[in-house]
Every structure is written in structure tokens, then in C-alpha cells.
Design a protein around this ligand. Structure first.
Ligand SMILES: Nc1ncnc2c1ncn2[C@@H]1O[C@H](COP(=O)(O)OP(=O)(O)O)[C@@H](O)[C@H]1O
Ligand SMILES: [Mg+2]
Length: 260
């Protein structure tokens, strides 16, 4: 039997906060080694979906499979699953009272039996992967915004995760740093052989990194499409909301009365 190409498979996933339904019956999969973007307007449920995928929120119904295995974050095996994940949230969230090297060492100290000298080596290696070799002794406050993100990334890859999850990784970065971060995400995917799930609404990033992109729509509480953004943008069978999003509202402008 051939190994399945599906790394993640989401089946009939419904998400809600109390009575407030965020999304109904989502179905999609993420192929091994691909960069999957989750896109859509503010408040449509992108972060919520990411939190479900890593077990920080529980679904009202539906299932998530990793390598064909049912993900049950509350079961004892949940930890083993989570070891496969590297997560970078919006703020990058490094401990400000620790140096960058200490931040990256933390998961290694908690989850491995490596000796201090080995941990130092791994930390230096991860720092070099994100272009921060030699910066380990700095405190987060002594780094630029872009460097802090990369330090967060180094921590996210400390345990060699199979899957990387990013929530708005380039939020707050200037366009150039944002682009460098996109390049870095692709480099890390290659270096780690990882599968990548990125939440973003930034068009430049979507076109730069997505192998496929899932569009979440708050109005219908559903995914309107899942495909390569370069194909979606000109496909007349794709919902016009998606094409309009990918064209920064150009379709609206074409039909709106001219501003005098
Ligand atoms: N902890 C929460 N409790 C209640 N409602 C929430 C919570 N987190 C998010 N929401 C609501 O769920 C919807 C989706 O939020 P979110 O996933 O953060 O959207 P996005 O990341 O796409 O901007 C929004 O309407 C938001 O207000
Ligand atoms: Mg969000």
C-alpha cells in the first residue's frame, strides 16, 4: 500500500464559542510537505481553526486526523501528537526575562534528555537556520521585530516538528521583513521536511508561499474554496467573494459607481 499523501485531514469540523457558531462542517486536507494557507477576512475564524488543529479548542463536532490517526488532544496520547507540532502565534511570545538562547532551550530542557552541552549545540544550530547565529545572548527587547519573529520561529522548530503552524506570522512587520519571513518559512519547510499551515490575510504572503489556500467565509460559516491562489483568482467557477479578496476588492470597484 502506498503511504497516504495526506498529513492532516479535517472531517465535518464544526466550531463554536457557546451558542455562537464560527464554522459549520469544514472538510479539507493538508498534503504532506505542502504549505496550506488559511485565509479570509478578519473574524471569520482562522485563528479558531488553528486552535482546533493544535488542540487548544475543542470542536462541537467533527474529527481531525494526523497521518490517518484520530487526534484526541485530551487523551494521554495527546502529548505525543503535540510533540509533532511547532507553533508560532501572532505575538511571537518569547519570554522577555530570558535570552533568546534560553527561550529556545526551554522546550529542549522540558521534552528531551539532552545534556546541557548538546542543548547549546541544538540552540546554535536552530539560530543559524533562522539567520540569527550569534544572537543567542540577546534579550528579545534587544532585537528588531523581524528578528524577534525569527527567534520565535527558532523556538517553534526546537523539537524538529513535523508540522509548523503559524498565526499571522508577518503581522506588524514591514514589507521587506515580511517577505524575508515568507522565504524563511519555505526554507524551513525544505530543511525540516515539514508540512506547514499558515493563517494569514496578507495577499503578498498568500501568493508567495501557498501551495493551496482555504478560504473561510464568515457569512456562510463555511469554506468557499480550497486551491492554489494563482488558479483561484481567475477561475470563474470560484465564488466571486474569493476572487475579490485575492484581487483586493477590484471586482467591487468595477461594479461600484465612480467616485467623482
Ligand atoms: N474565546 C472566544 N470566545 C468567544 N468568541 C470568540 C473567541 N475567540 C474568537 N471569538 C469570535 O469568533 C470569531 C472568529 O474569531 P477568530 O478565529 O479570532 O477570527 P480570525 O482569526 O479569522 O480573525 C469572531 O467573531 C470572534 O469574535
Ligand atoms: Mg486571528
Amino acid at each position: 500500500m502506498e503511504p497516504s499523501t495526506e498529513k492532516i485531514s479535517v472531517k465535518d469540523l464544526s466550531m463554536a464559542y457557546g451558542d455562537f457558531v464560527v464554522m459549520r462542517s469544514l472538510n479539507f486536507s493538508v498534503k504532506r510537505g505542502e504549505v496550506k494557507v488559511i485565509m479570509g477576512g478578519s473574524g471569520c475564524g482562522k485563528s479558531t481553526l488553528l486552535k482546533h488543529m493544535i488542540g487548544l479548542e475543542r470542536s462541537s463536532s467533527g474529527e481531525i486526523f494526523y497521518d490517518g490517526e484520530l487526534f484526541r488532544p485530551d487523551a494521554t496520547a495527546g502529548d505525543a501528537f503535540c510533540r509533532r507540532f511547532g507553533v508560532l502565534f501572532q505575538g511571537g511570545a518569547l519570554w522577555t526575562s530570558m535570552t533568546v538562547a534560553e527561550n529556545i532551550a526551554l522546550p529542549l530542557e522540558s521534552y528531551t534528555r539532552l545534556r546541557a552541552s548538546e542543548i547549546r549545540e541544538v540552540v546554535e544550530f536552530k539560530l543559524s537556520l533562522v539567520g540569527l547565529a550569534g544572537f543567542g545572548h540577546r534579550y528579545p527587547s534587544e532585537l528588531s521585530g523581524g528578528m524577534r519573529k525569527r527567534a520565535g520561529l527558532a523556538r517553534a522548530i526546537a523539537l524538529d516538528p513535523q508540522i509548523l503552524f503559524f498565526d499571522e506570522p508577518s503581522a506588524g512587520l514591514d514589507p521587506l521583513s515580511s517577505r524575508r519571513l515568507d522565504d524563511l518559512i519555505l526554507e524551513l519547510r525544505a530543511a525540516l521536511g515539514a508540512t506547514v499551515v499558515v493563517v494569514t490575510h496578507e495577499l503578498a504572503s498568500i501568493f508567495a508561499i501557498a501551495d493551496s489556500a482555504l478560504f473561510l467565509d464568515a457569512e456562510t460559516k463555511s469554506a468557499l474554496c480550497d486551491g492554489n491562489p494563482n488558479d483561484l483568482i481567475d477561475d470563474p467557477t470560484v465564488d466571486s467573494k474569493v476572487r475579490n479578496f485575492l484581487k483586493r476588492g477590484e471586482l467591487d470597484q468595477a461594479t461600484a459607481p465612480a467616485i467623482k
